[in-house]
Design a protein around this ligand. Structure first.
Ligand SMILES: CC(C)(COP(=O)(O)OP(=O)(O)OC[C@H]1O[C@@H](n2cnc3c(N)ncnc32)[C@H](O)[C@@H]1OP(=O)(O)O)[C@@H](O)C(=O)NCCC(=O)NCCS
Length: 137
């Protein structure tokens, strides 16, 4: 049985291994050692993991800034994909965002990652014509 729960400290290694498999090319600032403590400092209830027993099989992060909600880094272990795990993670993140008053959720997908576009379209997300910009502070 797979459960979706709030991340807890003993799941660190499981999430790190999941992210290494799911996001092998990510920059250092996205790695578990940096991103998890930062997320735990702000809205830790919006960091969710899918677990099968003690094993982490999926995760997603969300955030609400008072204007928009954001989803980040949905990931499921390859051996557990296509069983609805990410859909459940996103549904629970959306539920928690709504409970905070959030009415609109945004997310970014790397242009090369077309499969993920299909995944989110299936959940009711639409591709919006925007130019995504960012800057490291
Ligand atoms: C994207 C990802 C999180 C989906 O996880 P998942 O648990 O397999 O997703 P679900 O089982 O909930 O998929 C629901 C539906 O989305 C679609 N979908 C999911 N993965 C898909 C894929 N690789 N190709 C095409 N459609 C896909 C399907 O319609 C699927 O329903 P179906 O299995 O009944 O056909 C997973 O593939 C993953 O971890 N990818 C690598 C990390 C990544 O790129 N994350 C996105 C960062 S923005």
């Amino acid at each position: 049985m797979i459960e979706v729960v709030t991340y807890r400290a003993h799941q660190f290694d499981g999430v790190r291994e999941l992210w290494e498999e799911a996001f092998p090319d990510d920059p250092p600032w996205n790695r578990a050692e940096a991103a998890i403590p930062a997320k735990l400092a702000i809205q830790p209830d919006l960091f969710l993991v899918a677990v099968q027993g003690e094993r982490v099989v999926g995760s997603v992060m969300a955030g609400y800034d008072g204007h928009r909600g954001w989803l980040y880094a949905a990931a499921v272990l390859k051996g557990h994909q296509r069983k609805g795990v990410a859909s459940r993670l996103v549904a629970e993140a959306e539920r928690r965002l709504r409970a905070l008053g959030c009415e609109k959720v945004n997310l970014q997908v790397r242009a090369a990652n077309q499969q993920v576009v299909g995944f989110y379209c299936g959940l009711g997300y639409q591709v919006e014509e925007r130019i995504s910009m960012g800057r490291r502070l």
